[in-house]
Every structure is written in C-alpha cells, then in structure tokens.
Design a protein around this ligand. Structure first.
Ligand SMILES: O=C(O)[C@H](O)[C@@H](O)[C@H](O)[C@H](O)COP(=O)(O)O
Length: 235
C-alpha cells in the first residue's frame, strides 16, 4: 500500500491523473482496452481537474460505476448524470463509453442487469478491473458498502442492490468486495480537513471499517490525499 500526501487539491489531482495515465497506457498495451470503475461524490471534481492533461487513448476506455444511485439520469443524485454533465465534453470521452445502469427498474433488477452488462467485458468468476477509483465517506464507507451493513459480507455476486443506504438516496447498486479486491489496482483520492479524522481512524488506528476491507490481491492500493486530509498521518 502507498500513501501519498500532496500539498493541495491541485497537486493531488495531478498525481491522481499521473497514476491513471500509467494504468491506462499499461492496460491498452496489454489488452487494447482500459476498464475502469469510478465512484460518485467529490471524486468527480478531481477527475475533471486532472484528466484533461493526460496522454492516453481515451477511445479505449470503458467506464463502469463502482456504485450508482437508482434514480433517473437527469436527477441531481445520478452519478452518471454528474459525469455526463461535468466530464463528457471536457475530456475526449463519450457518453456511450459509460456502462450505465438500466433505467426505470428496481435496484434488484438494476443490479442483475449490471452484472449482465459487465459480463460482456469480463470473463472468469470475478471481473478484473484495470483500476478502481474509490472514495471514502465520512463514516468510512466506500462504494455503497456501509459500516455494519450485511452487504459487507456479500461474496456471491458481482453487483448487489441496496435499498437502505444511510447516505441518500437509499436505492443503489454497488460492486461487492470480491470484485474490489480482484481489481489490478485501487486508488482512494480525497482532500480537505473533513476527511482528516476518518483517515486517522482508517490508516493510523486501522479500525475495521469498510474502506479497510479494500485489499486488492494485486497489492496495488494507493491513498492519495492532500495535506489537510492527511494531517494526522506520519510523513
Ligand atoms: O454514491 C456515492 O456517494 C459514492 O459513490 C460514494 O461511494 C462516494 O465515493 C463516497 O460517499 C465519498 O463521497 P465524497 O467523496 O463526496 O465524500
């Protein structure tokens, strides 16, 4: 595991972009495609800032959602809606490169359908993402895997529905831990004072929180944070 502390949000977004560029170019050289999972929340801001400057063949990217809210695309809560509004057009990525959840169905149906969609790109018992870009919530959740929730133990399916998410909106779909830990690399990226306490609990106290269950078998796990978020971490 590597913990990288950058001076500010700008440097953090540049570092994140550099790691994404390397992962993308390696994947494209290896299998002519880059399969990346993205999260919602504040990560999008970092990606908008960083991705513009990277040199890679964006047309080879297929972008999946680590989790997605079961709402219409034009709802302000839709993660795809946010990427469509804020990222498409600013970097050479088109809408159809995103693997979207099925619209107008329950979380259960959307989760099953998402597995079918993923199965068009991955073989094997678990999908092997080239990279997962993860966020951490203030309670230590990642994707839509929340502390104390039974989904933390789900090891039977690639994508699970959740209808009682403590972070609104309640209905979502999320990849499960076996999928996360089968990824070739995982990156947590975050900034700001608001993340500092939880980062201490996670990385210093090593509490049993969902984010601490992210242990990719590949061993490639990065935490990239700014000085404010990392203020309790040793240099
Ligand atoms: O649906 C979501 O909300 C996200 O996918 C979620 O998993 C996010 O990564 C964390 O909640 C952190 O969000 P922030 O970075 O906005 O705190």
């Amino acid at each position: 595991m590597s913990v990288i502390i950058k001076e500010n949000e700008h440097e953090l977004s540049q570092e994140l972009a550099k790691l994404i560029e390397t992962a993308s170019n390696e994947a494209i050289n290896d299998h002519n495609g880059f399969f990346v999972g993205v999260s919602g929340g504040s990560l999008i801001t970092l990606l908008i800032a960083g991705l513009k400057g990277i040199r890679t063949d964006f047309s080879k990217w297929k972008i999946f959602f680590n989790d997605e809210r079961v709402v219409p695309v034009d709802d302000p809560d839709s993660t795809f809606g946010a990427y469509k509004k804020d990222l498409v057009g600013k970097v050479p990525i088109t809408e159809d490169q995103f693997v979207q959840i099925k619209q107008g169905v329950t979380a259960d149906v959307a989760a099953k359908d998402y597995v079918q969609q993923m199965a068009q790109y991955f073989t094997g018992s678990w999908p092997a993402f080239d990279l997962l870009l993860l966020g951490m919530g203030p309670d230590g959740h990642t994707c839509s895997l929340f502390p104390g929730h039974p989904l933390l133990e789900d090891d039977s399916r690639w994508v699970a529905p959740i209808t009682d998410s403590p972070k609104p909106p309640p209905a979502r779909v999320t990849i499960t831990f076996p999928v996360i830990n089968n990824a070739k690399a995982c990156i947590f990226a975050m900034w700001g004072d608001g993340k500092a306490d939880m980062l201490r609990r996670v990385l210093v106290d090593k509490e049993d929180l969902p984010v601490n269950r992210v242990k990719p078998k590949s061993g490639k796990l990065f935490w990239i944070v700014d000085k404010a978020a990392g203020k309790y971490l040793k240099k």
